[in-house]
Ligand binder design. Structure first.
Ligand code: FES
Ligand SMILES: [Fe+2]
Length: 326
């Protein structure tokens, strides 16, 4: 995982207001709960006293209460109350649980997986995808490291094979370019797949500077968008569970009729098709070995894999950059 990044980790509906929820994200057991203002709180799911899971406890006012001996922790992770010591007792400072900064925005809960900092960077959201865009989500679980799931969505050569009867119809097996640009940890990919007419694929410098927005957009560390047009987008959040498990949040965004409730219904219907397409990817990606990727890993790559190489290079740089956790 890349340290010092905002990760999409959950959808807001997955953290109710009345109870804590335990999930594994970024290889850690975490508890999420909401304070009386409804703000999400994320902490390591392990009581400082004797290690019970706070997620098995309850929310009491602005604290989460451990189910074992009733210790209460506030939203900063500080223990406010040890019942066995009585109301009058001071709570020693060592009774703390590690707390991660969170934000709720763009229909997701985000977690800052990194060192504590004054003034955290902005969320890596897509500038052209505003929150009024109607959408519908479906979630899936893949038994691979999230790097494999991301690279599948940057892979332009798989379309006529994996999706031969859906989005890859037409046998466009020859790949010009693709053109790849990386700017501020945002990767853009312009895709030029065509039928093999016996000519050689164009090298990226031989392709004229693109004038239209890129088709594929990936923002580090874990969100991606397929810009199908002004009125239609598919996005994916690749939420790391651990080294071998990823939760995918696929969203279809559509402005079809301009009536949000109908547009959301159409997005839900469109997801029936997206589920089939993602299932085609899943069937193959789950067979890839090993389950996680590295910059130097012995795979034999070719020109069409340039977006994947760009992803691996930048990921490696970011990982070397961040020294957290120490
Ligand atoms: S283990 Fe949590 S209160 Fe004792
Ligand atoms: Fe695919």
């Amino acid at each position: 995982m890349i340290p010092n990044q905002w990760y999409v980790v959950l959808e807001p509906s997955e953290v109710p207001r009345d109870r804590p929820v335990g999930v594994v994200r970024l290889g850690e057991r975490l508890v999420f709960w909401r304070d009386t203002q409804g703000r999400p709180v994320c902490q390591r799911d392990k009581c400082a006293h004797r290690g019970a899971a706070l997620s098995a406890g309850k929310v009491v006012g602005d604290c989460v209460e451990c189910p074992f001996h009733g210790l209460q922790y506030d939203a900063t992770g500080r223990c406010q109350f040890i019942p066995a010591n009585g109301k009058v007792a001071q709570v020693p400072e060592r009774f703390q649980v590690h707390t991660y900064p969170t934000q709720e925005a763009h229909g997701f809960i985000w977690l800052w997986w990194g060192e504590p900092r004054e003034g955290l960077p902005p969320l890596p959201w897509f500038d052209d995808l505003d929150d009024s865009f109607p959408h519908a989500t479906f979630k899936d679980h893949w038994t691979v490291h999230y790097s494999r799931a991301i690279e599948n969505q940057l892979d332009v050569a798989h379309l006529p094979f994996v999706h031969y009867n859906t989005i890859g119809r037409g046998g466009r097996t020859l790949i010009d370019g693709p053109v790849v640009k990386l700017e501020n940890d945002r990767l853009q990919v312009w895709v030029y797949n065509r039928v093999d007419d016996g000519t050689a694929p164009l090298k990226p410098p031989d392709i004229p500077e693109p004038e239209t927005p890129a088709l594929l957009h990936f923002h580090f560390p874990n969100i991606w968008q397929n810009r199908l047009g002004e009125r239609m987008r598919v996005s994916l959040a690749f939420v790391p569970i651990d080294e071998e498990n990823t939760r995918l949040y696929l969203r279809f965004y559509g402005r079809f009729l301009g009536v949000p409730v109908l547009d959301r219904l159409l997005c839900t219907l469109s997801n029936l098709g997206n589920r089939i397409i993602l299932g085609q990817d899943k069937r193959v990606v789950l067979t890839q070995q090993p389950k996680r990727t590295e910059l130097a890993m012995g795979e034999k790559l070719f020109q069409a894999d340039r977006p994947i190489v760009a992803y691996r290079q930048r990921r490696e740089e970011l990982r070397e950059h961040g020294r957290w956790p120490r």
